[in-house]
Design a protein. Sequence first.
Length: 471
Amino acid sequence: MTTATRGRAHIGVLFAAATALTTALVAPTTSVAASSAAAPDHSTKTTYGVSKAAVAAAPQYAPTDDFTATWKRADALKVHADPTTTNPRVDENFPVMNDQVWVWDTWPLTDLQTRPITYQGWKVIFSLTAPRNIFFGDRHWQARIGFFYSKTGTVGDWKYGGHLFPEGYSLGSREWAGSAVLTGDNTVNAFYTASGKDNGGINNTDFEQRLAMTTGQIHADDRSVWFTGFRNHRIIAEPEGTMYRTMEQTASGGIIYAFRDPYVFQDPADGKVYALFEGNTAGVAGDYVCQPRDLGTLPPGQKDVPADAKNFTGNIGLMEATNAAMTQWRLLPPVLSANCVNQQTERPHVVFRDGSYYLFTISHTFTYAPGLTGPDGVYGFVGPSLRSDYKPMNGSALVLGNPADAPLQQYSHNVMPNLMVQSFIDTVPTSSGGVRYGGTLARTIQLQIDGANSYVDRELAYGYVPALAAR
Ligand code: FRU
């Protein structure tokens, strides 16, 4: 044994001991502790797959068609506090998964069918990270994609592997959310938001956003996971001003303007590869005129829409890969818009289930248009095909929101094919009257879905991301 390998073995022992300790400390009080430690294989329980018979019933379109479903003001008026759509309070004594970095938006390594996968027995997640010694609220402007790996997939056991990309290769001035798919034996296509101008440094007034991708390779042994490659980065989409608003057309700053968060998957209906992303309806900000299909049937007293509602123009974009390497893409019209309803439809993603497409997106209280409100959380829509006349789940679209007494406790939910919802802990009120910043993964929540209705079922372990397929 060389000195180096001896050192490694020693660290391994320490790590195993530390892991056992932290796992014990963070073990949930419910029986889920046992199941998460045993890393159950849920692959037989997913209902992935679209039944053609069930798809036939409602208005649906080809992915390339010019039809955009709407989240209507009349739907959003139905948002209300409801225990079946409210996340339990986050315990102020939550465990922190890494003391070096803030962790927020997180996504698992998946296959093209959106299933989180294990690579040689390791579960892998990617997170936006920033040094934990900067103010939590400043993290967006220094974001880098980091990765974690674990055999069990829970907070006490996620080992931090560092930045995903080698230093100095990614585009933009920071890396914002995306997705990562494993293709072939060990090829990882990583998609992300190139935020800010190339090499722009730390600058919270530069809100340029472009969609980017790069290809690398995953490697693993019995101790760790690492990546090579990711040296050739390319921009795969920019807003063009007719379907998606450009930065020049926008009046808003910061992260309110959006062309970001690519989420790549294969549509089971046609086998083609697409990406969802967050955009804004094209046109000069403020020029938009609210349409009847943005409003729906409004009750007396609500028919006069506040004038400023026109400034709220979030949408969920779609693009299609035009080559097998996923380096060439073409923009398609948005699949859903929230015009006059909400300015932000962040991190859109999809779950294929029982012949339906469940389209999820995260949004904030502060981005609702005047006259509307709702909690920070995840919102959902269901339709019979990728481009279809999506209907809001639960009538309003609210699927899982923060409780009224902890409105910022968690965010950036990712609904996985088994209806487990992973998110990060944001700002938690403490019993002493202050707040505790999270920057770590929250307890995973198990949802149940019955048609267009969803129900919070139970809380699972912190940061629990089980695999649904293996390589
Ligand atoms: C959601 C989000 C994403 C974005 C990232 C930036 O939490 O706003 O839309 O990619 O955070 O930090």
